[in-house]
Structures are given as structure tokens and as C-alpha cells.
Design a protein. Structure first.
Length: 336
């Protein structure tokens, strides 16, 4: 995350209540928080006060994080439509209907918006007008977010990771990485793809985090929870990969070897992906609390109680912003 994180002794600076749950991370740009509630409403809030500047109804349920591109806020819904709204007031600019429901967040590369559907297509849209530049079938549904690095799109398709060219949609490689369950949203760092494996599967032996060469898909190291619990794609920074999961552990791994550097047990299961800023790892457990953990030692720095099951936090401009399953969006800050 760009940071900086909350300073001093943080507390809840403000909270905003929506009519639907927040099931994804907010985007924060130029002092404005953009968040999508599950009832299909895009909310634009002032970062400093939490006051709502505007809201826009998509017309159907939505769960994916919004994407800010130039003067547009891009939001995808469960009905399969990608909406581009004006950042200024939320008015519609363009919309494109795809071939299936979209649950994962879109991403941007150059002047193109990339999105993946549960009907098995990856789309590239021209950001200015929404024109489809290319569409590629990848052979299976995609229910999680995709990732783009160095001109390549990485996405989980069932038990596979598929690498797709952002230029023309051609499939560069695909590898089967999980015998059961599905692959989580990948992350890419220093030429390596990190991904959670075996998500929502019955085979506990398939649950792990794996690494793969970004150019070839060749398997690197694999880490599994000591209790074979479900774990999630790590946040990777400064040579370490930070993993959370249903085992209530925050684990720091050597990003090159997968060796455990330190591990700490937290109060609750952690389903929300961690965020890293400088020497601090930010995590949010189910039912809270929000915690800041020293990235070097694993020692707790501070915590703030919240209610509801959270999604991954956004940390920027001295705030940590996180939405929860009870429809509350929290902004946590120190003295600003």
C-alpha cells in the first residue's frame, strides 16, 4: 500500500453505514474513498470526514473493488456489466455488457481496462469509451480478481493459473497448481507469482500458498498451514511474504525460499488479505480487531476494535480504510 499508515495511537476517525455489506477493498484517490456495497451502490466519500459526496446505483448486486482510471470510476457487477462513472459526480459515462457475472476486480494496464467473467472470458476495454479491444476465452470460470505485471495478466481458473498477454489476449502459459478447490487472486513480485491454492476445496492437503515463475509458470516453493487450514495469497514486500488464514496465524515467510521467519497467533481467523506499509503489516480479523504488526519481529504495535467480517484494508494518507460484512466502512487514523 502507498501509505503512510495511521500515526500515534489510532482510533476510529469515522464510520459510514451502507445498506449492503462491503465485500471488497475501497479505492482511495486524491482524498476520496470509492467503495462498492453489495447492494450495487458505488459510494464516494471524503477521506477526512466520511461525508458522502455522491452515490451511484448500478442496478444489481456487486462485490468487486472499484477501479479509478483518470477521471473515471470503473465498477463491475454480478450481472456482468462494467460501468464507467464520472469521478466528479458519479454520472454514467459508458457501460459494457460482458458474457457473464463479474465477481473479481478489474485492473488497468496502459489505457485498457482488463476484467474477467465467470463465463470464462477475459476482456480488454479501451478506457476512454469502453470499446472492446479483445476478448479471450480461458476455458473456465474466474470468480476472483486478476493481476497485471509487466504486460502479463495472471488469473486463477479453477485449479490453474493462466498467464495472458495484455497486448492481444493470447494465452502465454497455463499450469495446473491445485488438485482440489480453486486458485486465489495472484500477486506478482520480483518475477514471481504468489497465489493461494485449494481455496474452498474439501482436500486439506491442497490448501497452501505456492510460487511460480512469472515467465514460465514453473513451480517454486510451497507453504502450508501447520493445521492444514485454508490460507490466502500473501502480501509481498522487502523480501518477505506475509500470509494469513483460518488458522489465526500471521506468518512471515522468506519470499525467495518460503522459510518461516516468524509466526504469531492472532485473536480471530483472518480472511482479509494483509497490507504492508514500510515496517508495518496491517491485518483485520473476522469480527476485528484491526491490528498493526511490526514486520521485522511480529510484535503487535496497536489494535482498534471493529464489528463485522472485513475485506482487505486500504492504507493511504494516514488512514486505514476497511469495509465489513455488516455494511460499515471504517476509517482508522491517528492525529491528523
Amino acid at each position: 500500500m502507498p501509505g503512510p499508515g495511521p500515526s500515534g495511537k489510532p482510533r476510529i476517525a469515522w464510520q459510514f453505514q451502507a445498506d449492503g455489506p462491503f465485500g471488497s477493498s475501497p479505492a482511495v484517490v486524491d482524498g476520496v474513498v470509492y467503495a462498492v456495497s453489495g447492494d450495487g451502490v458505488v459510494h464516494a466519500l471524503d477521506l477526512g470526514s466520511g461525508q458522502e459526496r455522491w452515490k451511484a446505483e448500478l442496478g444489481t448486486e456487486a462485490s468487486a473493488s472499484p477501479l479509478v482510471v483518470d477521471n473515471l470510476v470503473v465498477a463491475a457487477d454480478e450481472g456482468g456489466t462494467i460501468h464507467a462513472l464520472s469521478r466528479a459526480d458519479g454520472t454514467p459515462v459508458w457501460s459494457v455488457r460482458t458474457d457473464g457475472s463479474i465477481s473479481g476486480s478489474p485492473a488497468v494496464v496502459d489505457d485498457r481496462i482488463i476484467a474477467a467473467t465467470q463465463s470464462g472470458s477475459v476482456y480488454a476495454l479501451e478506457a476512454a469509451k469502453g470499446k472492446v479491444a479483445w476478448q479471450t476465452a480461458v476455458g473456465g470460470p474466474m470468480s476472483r480478481s486478476l493481476t497485471i505485471a509487466d504486460g502479463t495478466i495472471y488469473v486463477g481458473v479453477g485449479g490453474e493459473i493462466v498467464a495472458v498477454s495484455a497486448t492481444d489476449g493470447s494465452i502465454l502459459w497455463r499450469v495446473t497448481v491445485a488438485t482440489d478447490g480453486s486458485v486465489g487472486t495472484p500477486t506478482v513480485a520480483v518475477g514471481v507469482v504468489f497465489a493461494a491454492l485449494g481455496l474452498d476445496g474439501a482436500d486439506t492437503a491442497a490448501r497452501a500458498v505456492g510460487t511460480f515463475d512469472a515467465l514460465t509458470g514453473k513451480l517454486g516453493w510451497r507453504y502450508a498451514s501447520p493445521t492444514q487450514a485454508q490460507i490466502y495469497t500473501p502480501a509481498v514486500a522487502d523480501g518477505r511474504a506475509y500470509v494469513v488464514g483460518h488458522d489465526r496465524l500471521l506468518v512471515a515467510l522468506d519470499a525467495t525460499t518460503g522459510a518461516v521467519v516468524w509466526s504469531t497467533t492472532r485473536p480471530n481467523e483472518i480472511h482479509a488479505l494483509p497490507a504492508v506499509v514500510g515496517n508495518v503489516v496491517y491485518i483485520v480479523g473476522n469480527g476485528g480487531p484491526v491490528e498493526a504488526i511490526d514486520a521485522t519481529t511480529g510484535a503487535p504495535v496497536w489494535n482498534v476494535p471493529i464489528k463485522g467480517n472485513p475485506y482487505a484494508p486500504t492504507v493511504v494518507d494516514g488512514y486505514l480504510v476497511v469495509g465489513t460484512s455488516v455494511g460499515t466502512l471504517y476509517a482508522i487514523a491517528g492525529p491528523i
